[in-house]
Design a protein around this ligand. Structure first.
Ligand code: CA2
Length: 151
């Protein structure tokens, strides 16, 4: 079975504690459970992580690249948090590894402040999911399954 690697960036560990109007009331542990169910449905092994550190996210993307070369990666779902709007390093890591990656945002970033409208991740991503709340994680896992099937 191939791995679905779900990476969460800065401050997403705070999910469910503040700003429920924007991000809902589910915690990151709830999101992990939701992803576990979706991965079981689609036959993926779940690897779910969160980091507040840009370099650690870069290291994990490199790890995903090695997993993909070994034929063991279904793809990466990345909610890069605020690094979405700032990080050339994450852009370069996705491009440099050639991994299959879906960019994900819980909120509709285009309905928010202008500084959230630009993403360094989108040009390097295979697909973008945003505005579906935490359900977007399960939808993105279904999307990965579709990509695997060649849909
Ligand atoms: O909508 C998303 O998923 C975002 O990636 C979330 C980021 C934000 O910077 C992006 O523009 C859009 C912020 C994650 C912080 O999440 C918090 C959750 C609860 C309380 C405080 C922060």
């Amino acid at each position: 079975m191939k791995t679905a690697l779900i990476l969460n960036g800065p401050n997403l560990n705070l999910l469910g504690t503040r700003e429920p109007a924007v991000y809902g009331s589910h915690t990151l542990a709830d999101v992990e459970n939701l992803c576990a169910q979706a991965c079981a449905t689609h036959g993926f092994v779940l690897d779910f992580r969160q980091s507040n550190h840009e370099g650690e996210l870069v290291d994990w993307l490199h790890e995903a690249g090695r997993l993909q070369v070994a034929g063991n990666l279904a793809g990466v779902i990345l909610n890069a948090g605020a690094y979405t709007h700032t990080s050339v390093a994450l852009h370069d890591a996705i491009k440099g590894t050639g991994i299959t990656l879906i960019e994900l945002h819980i909120s509709n970033v285009f309905a928010r402040e202008a500084f959230r409208h630009h993403s360094y991740i989108s040009p390097a991503a295979k697909a973008v999911m945003c505005g579906f709340g935490v359900s977007g994680y399960a939808l993105a896992i279904a999307g990965l399954a579709g990509m695997q099937a060649g849909d």
